[in-house]
Design a protein around this ligand. Structure first.
Ligand code: HEM
Length: 158
């Protein structure tokens, strides 16, 4: 069992969930800057920042997984007015489904980019696929963030 003190944003969550919420907000400017690096042809900066965001995401996902597994995912939501409702369950499963699909997409894109681009990175014919894959990954992460935020409100605030 992890040491699960109350959260600093909502008393009904815990410090791990709240820490991940803050880290997710920090991801937004990181991704904007990384995208602008790519647009401005600063590919090494782009790559390094994308690897840093990937590392941050990996830490966040691992922490949430350990937290939810040790406490029980739905047991944590017992204080919510939506506890036990289909609405809360669907909110959770939609967020988990999107996280899984786009998490796999994200990791595949990083791995393919690492091996397909030269080092230091510069555009190659693979760049065409990468640009589309990258845009899909960014939109997907946006959806994961929006559904995660909605789930937090439904589970720990309302
Ligand atoms: C999931 C992580 C990543 C995402 C979401 C992402 C996203 C993007 C996007 C959206 C673009 C196009 C920007 C534009 O419209 O001009 C781009 C370009 C590029 N990225 Fe990434 N990127 C990621 C990781 C990486 C990594 C790890 C590398 C290097 C190993 C890399 C190297 C490049 C290069 C060289 C380009 C220019 C491609 C070209 O114009 O042909 N990216 N990236």
């Amino acid at each position: 069992m992890l040491p699960l003190a109350a959260g600093f944003i909502s008393e009904r969550s815990d410090w791990i969930i709240d820490g991940v919420l803050v880290a997710s907000l920090a991801l937004i400017p990181m991704l904007v800057v990384a995208f602008r690096h790519a647009r401005g042809a600063r590919y090494l900066n782009h790559r390094n920042l994308m690897l840093a965001t990937t590392a941050l995401l990996a830490v966040a996902v691992t922490a949430v997984e350990m937290d939810l597994r040790s406490k029980g995912m739905f047991a944590m939501t017992v204080g919510s007015r939506f506890y036990g409702t289909a609405f809360l369950k669907w909110s959770a499963w939609i967020h988990i489904g999107l996280s899984t699909v786009f998490g796999v997409w994200w990791c595949a894109l990083v791995a393919a980019s690492w091996f397909k681009f030269p080092r230091p990175p510069r555009p190659t014919p693979f760049g065409r696929y990468h640009r589309w894959g990258g845009r899909i990954a960014l939109v997907g992460m946006g959806l994961v963030g929006i559904t995660g935020f909605e789930l937090y409100i439904v589970a720990f605030v309302l």
